[in-house]
Ligand binder design. Structure first.
Ligand code: AMP
Length: 429
């Protein structure tokens, strides 16, 4: 099957070619004809399956006919990053169609948005700022023809469902074509779908399971040795762009800084950053300026970097669904990816849940030259520095540390790895 089968408008067809898409992904094959027929739809599809183009292409096709400069399609997404991602897809697949898309989210000035909203065909919005515009009457949803709720499960997790319900009261009384995409289907999202969708077609890609292009590994380790193990892993694994997940914003910032300090081109993405710094982190990761991005779950929503080769869970995610979301950032669009998870004693239950979600036990690996027995500092849980005692003033020689042979922290810095002729990630150019 090719995109030609959908008989898209010639400008849209040219943009598909320019984007380098040759064959529709399974989600696109299923969803595009149904959406073009005007059906409501539930798409159970994780990120990385091509679901954005699956909803954007028929949307553009529909909007090609009809009045321009009137808001006719609204996409609601849980995070700014995801909204930006969708907006970018609309912009690239909608080049030279004369259709305009406007992003609406908080953390940036409202006035430019108000100006753009006066004449736009599509809005991609986060719920809070959209409600703000509704309250100010600077957006008019009364002529909507299409509504998309993207990553509905994440909107639920983030407490946005009441906002969504308020937004829905401003839709045209006759309703509009509604699409709901979600990686998982918690009961609350099910109820929402039942309420707002009209006889929806249901499509499923991946059966809640992660993409088949991703391989998984657990690395059991004591809590206080996590950073050392991460660095050892990075030093020994030839990788492309790497996404590291932590549970807290604080830890994302700290770890991003630590990796940069030892020579990796790394940065962090977490909710405390200003919009400008979030954008720098995202764009820098996309462009290759940063090779490692340390992020929290929420900040990482919508990260679309085609070639993320490794997702490393520094901290275990809190649900199997979150694991699937995280690793959805690698193995995208049929590229191969690896998902590594550092596993501490307290993560056993979640490991079992992940095994169940994946449908088989995840392989457990140990690193050959890593000293797993180094005791933690009394009363603390930070990795102990395992280098030669400074007081002796003597160096241990080229092998560095006697436990691992990999320097004072028990890991390979990019510089050191280069010296040893080993593949290391992010070596400064
Ligand atoms: P998504 O699941 O929408 O986040 O898309 C994941 C990635 O797949 C994005 O980088 C898209 O540009 C890419 N993509 C979407 N559709 C196709 C396709 N038919 N062929 C190749 N790549 C695609």
């Amino acid at each position: 099957m090719s995109f030609k089968n959908f008989s898209f408008n010639s400008r849209i067809a040219a943009n598909i070619v320019a984007a380098g898409y040759t064959t529709p992904t399974p989600v696109q094959k299923q969803a595009i004809p149904k959406i073009m027929q005007g059906a409501d739809l539930i798409g159970l599809a994780q990120t990385g399956t091509g679901k954005t183009a699956a909803l954007v292409l028929p949307m553009l096709q529909r909007l090609m006919r009809g009045q321009r400069g009137t808001l006719r399609a609204l996409v609601i997404a849980p995070t700014r990053e995801l909204a930006e991602q969708i907006h970018e897809t609309i912009t690239s697949l909608g080049t030279r169609t004369g259709l305009h898309s406007t992003m609406v989210f908080g953390g940036v000035g409202i006035q430019p948005q108000i100006k753009q909203l006066r004449r736009t065909d599509i809005v991609v919005a986060c719920p809070g700022r959209l409600l703000d515009h509704i309250g100010r009457q600077t957006v008019d949803l009364s002529r909507l023809e299409m509504l998309v709720l993207d990553e509905a499960d994440q909107m639920f997790d983030m407490g946005f469902l009441p906002d969504i319900r308020r937004i829905l009261t401003h839709l045209p009384p006759t309703g509009c074509q509604t699409l709901l995409f979600s990686a998982t289907m918690p009961a609350a999202v099910h109820r929402l779908a039942d309420n707002i969708l009209n006889n929806p077609v249901k499509i499923q890609a991946g059966n809640d399971a992660p993409a088949h292009t991703v391989s998984h590994a657990f690395y059991p380790v004591a809590h206080h040795l996590k950073t050392a193990l991460l660095l050892e892993l990075l030093g020994k694994t030839p990788t492309g762009p790497v996404l590291v997940f932590t549970r807290t914003k604080h830890r994302a910032r700290q770890l991003g800084g630590k990796l940069a300090k030892v020579g990796y081109r790394s940065t962090s993405l977490q909710g405390n950053l200003s919009q400008a710094r979030r954008r720098d982190a995202m764009r820098g990761f996309k462009s290759g300026k940063y090779q490692i991005l340390v992020a929290t779950d929420i900040a990482a929503r919508g990260i679309d970097v085609a070639q993320v080769s490794h997702v490393i869970n520094y901290d275990m995610p809190s649900t199997p669904e979150a694991y699937i979301h995280r690793i959805g950032r690698t193995g995208r669009a049929e590229c191969r990816g690896e998902a590594f998870t550092l596993l501490t004693g307290e993560d056993k239950q979640m490991a079992r849940a992940i095994n169940a979600a994946i449908g088989r036990p995840v392989e457990r690996r140990t690193l050959e030259y890593f000293d797993y027995k180094v005791p933690g500092p009394a009363g603390g849980n930070q990795p102990r520095q395992r280098g030669p005692k400074r007081s002796t003033g003597k160096r241990r020689g080229p092998k560095g540390n006697r436990h691992t042979g990999n320097g004072a922290f028990g890991f390979l810095s990019p510089r050191r790895a280069r010296k040893q002729g080993r593949a290391a990630l992010g070596s400064p150019a």
